[in-house]
Write a protein that binds this ligand. Structure first.
Ligand SMILES: C[S@@+](CC[C@H](N)C(=O)[O-])C[C@H]1O[C@@H](n2cnc3c(N)ncnc32)[C@H](O)[C@@H]1O
Length: 208
């Protein structure tokens, strides 16, 4: 394996992603390592087997494969640019076609029922449509109450793949050495509507 491909194996940092052949990941490549980004999101998403997850802007399907295999969830792989046939072939080749439904369309006009998804995941795609003021209401419509919304997108600083355009270098998302932005939109969008839980007092919270 070439040193560049070998460098995509980081089992100590990404134990799940590192079980995938780096050559396969690169063959579906549309940006910095999508499985690293998704593995970073997983703890916040707290997915449970059997849940239904929208992979928004799934590209060529690497993250949909990962979700189906590692989290045992049913996935809708939804993307604007990638053709359905290509996406389906990628999923078939990885043996997850029965867990993943392929749909082509735009995040700006989601063809789903209200409360259809337990979680929405978007890896390295939100920046293509996230500025649309109608987007968030649209996502909340298709997300179940107390569902999870997780976005991870690439750092403008540096990453395993060629660097970003210089105009992005001043973004507040610029982060440290991994080259990947931490999740910025992970969370429960309906948390504010829930009764506030009593938090245990910690040493830090007692100070002032
Ligand atoms: C950089 S690629 C990332 C793909 C994949 N998530 C990954 O990490 O490999 C960005 C993706 O966003 C998708 N995209 C752009 N605009 C979109 C929109 N309005 N609705 C749905 N997907 C969109 C593109 O089709 C593309 O596949």
């Amino acid at each position: 394996m070439s040193p560049r491909l070998e460098s995509l194996n980081r089992p100590e940092r990404y134990p799940l992603a590192s079980t995938y052949d780096p050559a396969w990941v690169v063959s579906l490549d549309m940006g910095p390592h999508p499985l690293w980004q998704l593995e970073d999101l997983l703890p916040d998403l707290a997915l449970e087997p059997g849940q239904k997850v929208l992979d928004l802007g799934c590209g060529k399907g690497a993250t949909s494969v990962f979700l189906a295999r590692e989290c045992d969830v049913d996935v809708v792989a939804f993307d604007l640019w990638t053709g359905e046939d290509e996406l389906r072939a990628n999923l078939d080749a990885m043996g997850v076609a029965d867990r993943v439904t392929v749909m082509r369309g735009s995040a700006r006009d989601l063809p789903f029922d209200d409360d259809e998804f337990d979680a929405i995941v978007s890896v390295d795609a939100f920046e293509y449509f996230g500025t649309d003021v109608h987007l968030l209401p649209g996502l909340l419509r298709v997300l179940k109450p107390f569902g999870r919304l997780g976005d991870h997108h690439t750092s403008p600083a540096r990453g395993p793949l060629p660097g970003p355009p210089s105009r992005m270098r001043h973004s507040p998302l610029r982060l440290g050495s991994s080259g990947l932005a931490r999740s910025r939109l992970v969370g429960d969008p309906l948390a504010a509507q829930r009764p506030r839980r009593q938090r245990p007092r910690t040493h830090a919270s007692r100070r002032g």
